[in-house]
Design a protein. Structure first.
Length: 230
């Protein structure tokens, strides 16, 4: 698939951080999620620190999660960008894969960026034969769809549900979405129609890295999803 999109080679963004939203306590299932929800970042591999900072700026209490027992203390989870095959292997080694699948299947909100999108996909293309995913989003994604590291780029991305103009999308060896099921909502496409952001119930995924830009609106959207999950 060709990429007829407005884009420039990736470099560190100078975007101004967006203000943190105000909120009130919200019922979620059988618990009450605080106005400051606790959101974990899966800390097996990838850009964990950047997501922790973005979540904090977006109004959450952000904590790294490395062990199954730590899942009980969070209201939602971010699966960061990184290397999806390595992340998959480490999730198995650390005994995290099945607990993650169980929590996601039970309705825990989760957001995956880049490799995290792959981890939330029900099916992947161009993956390794032994590569596992958490699943949960009815979609097929193609791993490393945009090319190699030196083909990384930025593009302006309009996202349904996010106001204030386009989000700056940083694409680094990123996947794209080949197809989606009926329960999966497409939130964003590039100019050539390539799907780069989706939502399915309490699950959110982007091909790109908003945590690298200083614009926290995608994380604010996810924090709001966690507050209102039920």
């Amino acid at each position: 698939m060709s990429r007829a999109v407005w884009a420039r080679p990736w470099s560190a963004s100078t975007a101004t951080p967006s203000p943190s939203p105000s909120a009130t306590p919200t019922a979620a299932g059988n618990r009450t999620v605080s106005a400051i929800p606790t959101i974990g970042v899966l800390a097996l591999q990838g850009d964990v620190r950047e997501h922790l900072a973005a979540l904090t700026a977006a109004g959450a209490q952000a904590v790294p999660v490395r062990r199954p027992a730590e899942l009980a203390g969070i209201d939602g989870l971010v699966i960061p960008g990184g290397e999806s095959t390595t992340m998959s292997k480490l999730a198995v080694i650390f005994g995290m894969l099945e607990p993650l699948r169980e929590r996601v299947a039970a309705g825990m909100p989760a957001y995956g960026s880049c490799a995290g999108m792959i981890m939330l996909a029900d099916k992947i293309l161009d993956g390794r034969d032994d590569q596992e995913t958490i699943g949960g989003i009815d979609m097929i994604v193609r791993r490393n769809a945009f090319g190699r590291q030196n083909e990384s780029f930025e593009a302006a991305v309009e996202i349904t549900g996010i106001g204030g103009g386009p989000v700056e999308g940083v694409f680094i060896r990123a996947p794209w979405v080949e197809s989606t099921g009926e329960r999966t909502e497409v939130l964003a496409r590039l100019e050539d129609g390539t799907v780069v952001a989706v939502r399915s119930g309490n699950l959110l995924a982007t091909s790109f890295h908003p945590e690298l830009t200083g614009d926290h609106r995608v994380h604010e959207l996810f924090v709001d999803m966690v507050r209102t999950a039920g």
